[in-house]
Design a protein around this ligand. Structure first.
Ligand SMILES: [Zn+2]
Length: 84
């Protein structure tokens, strides 16, 4: 696993994450689930799109890409997503 220095200007995704402090998924606004890991890290997961991040102090590393289809479904108005 490789960590990169936290630099909001380097990634729009990370900049948005820092603004919401990872209380909500930056992709679909679902409340994030946090789990403590050994060594003081936090594992943050989105139950909607299954994206996951590992957060250790100022270091943030996405460990799981979001499911883009789940995000689209989360954003789709109810009752319209199944129309062909
Ligand atoms: Zn999500």
């Amino acid at each position: 696993m490789e960590f990169v220095p936290f630099d909001p200007s380097a990634s729009p995704d990370l900049a948005e994450i820092s603004c919401v402090e990872l209380t909500q998924c930056p992709y679909d606004s679902t409340p994030i689930e946090a789990e403590g890991l050994s060594g003081g890290s936090m594992l943050l997961t989105c139950p909607c799109c299954t994206a996951a991040w590992e957060w250790h102090g100022a270091w943030l590393h996405r460990v799981q890409e979001p499911n883009r289809e789940a995000i689209r479904n989360a954003h789709a108005p109810q009752g319209t997503e199944i129309i062909p």
